[in-house]
Design a protein around this ligand. Structure first.
Ligand SMILES: Nc1nc2c(ncn2[C@@H]2O[C@H](COP(=O)(O)OP(=O)(O)OP(=O)(O)O)[C@@H](O)[C@H]2O)c(=O)[nH]1
Ligand SMILES: [Mg+2]
Length: 259
């Protein structure tokens, strides 16, 4: 059955890291490469989206309604909405499966913790497409400019990896906004942890830097310190690498680009 072969890719990252734009860009890239893809908005708090979602959680849950009904502020309502995702999972899955598509792109709520650390997110990831699910963890280059901040992002990526235990690719978003030097330096920190240790050793020996160096050693030991792929939703650079990663993760016989 076609829907059993489909690949589900969750776009996860800190607020403003580029999840929504990348969801739209991946669909555009897919269309240009004759790959059928649908978009799923799982952010009940989304206001305007740059794509028309094929499945939209706001058809069931809206943060503005929850605020009005429960007398909650925006953050409290986001938490209630995130927990309600689990209650709606059967209906959302049914709507997704009705498309019989190759590629399902799932845009997640703005605040990473709402999807990654609350139970509903894990429930959905485990329930929707076991064995055909991957995560793209988006790292905002502007939150990873200094070495300690970079380690924090990699730690968040590792926490996400442990939480979901599915194939995961780390993406450095907005690469079109980076100078070549900034891009190279950031990628080198991921490729050669020694360079990152050197960068952490330079300058003032603050508590944050000492802690970051310890965290980095733990991440290296755990083997969660892997690769970083630059992407741009503006130029579509790097999106072929994402699809290549999915092909490798799920086997050559499922080559998405040759279907
Ligand atoms: N130039 C450029 N801007 C980008 C890119 N990706 C995202 N942006 C911009 O970054 C901002 C945040 O992007 P979104 O896609 O809304 O990020 P998000 O992670 O969905 O944000 P929330 O859901 O609100 O947490 C927007 O102003 C985007 O236009 C990119 O590849 N290139
Ligand atoms: Mg968004």
């Amino acid at each position: 059955m076609a829907e059993l072969d489909s690949t589900y890719l969750y776009l996860i990252g800190t607020a403003g890291s580029g999840k929504t734009r990348l969801t739209a860009a991946m669909q555009r890239w897919s269309k240009e490469h004759s790959l059928d893809a649908i978009t799923v908005n799982l952010d009940p708090g989304a206001d305007q989206l740059p794509y028309a979602p094929d499945v939209d959680i706001r058809d069931w849950i809206k943060v503005s309604d929850i605020m009005a009904e429960h007398g909650l502020g925006p953050n409290g309502a986001q938490v209630v909405a995130a927990d309600m995702l689990a209650l709606q999972s059967d209906e959302v899955l049914e709507a997704i499966e009705s498309f019989r598509t190759d590629f399902v792109l799932l845009d997640t709520p703005g605040q990473t913790e709402l999807f990654v650390f609350r139970e509903a997110g894990r429930h959905i990831v485990e329930r929707f497409a076991p064995g055909r699910t991957a995560v793209a963890f988006l790292i905002d280059p502007f939150l990873a400019r200094d070495p300690s901040a970079f380690v924090t992002q990699v730690l968040l990526a590792a926490a996400t990896q442990f939480r979901f235990r599915v194939p995961m690719i780390n993406l450095l978003t907005k690469s079109d906004l980076l100078s070549e030097a900034d891009l190279e330096r950031t990628l080198a920190w991921m490729q050669e942890p020694d360079l990152l240790h050197d960068a952490l050793d330079q300058g003032e020996r603050t508590m944050h830097r000492v802690l970051s160096a310890s965290v980095l050693r733990v991440l290296e030991d755990l083997g969660t310190y892997t690769t970083l792929t630059p992407v741009s939703s503006e130029t579509l650079d790097g999106l072929d690498d994402v699809v290549e990663f999915l092909n490798q993760a799920f086997g050559a016989s499922e080559d998405l680009t040759t279907r």
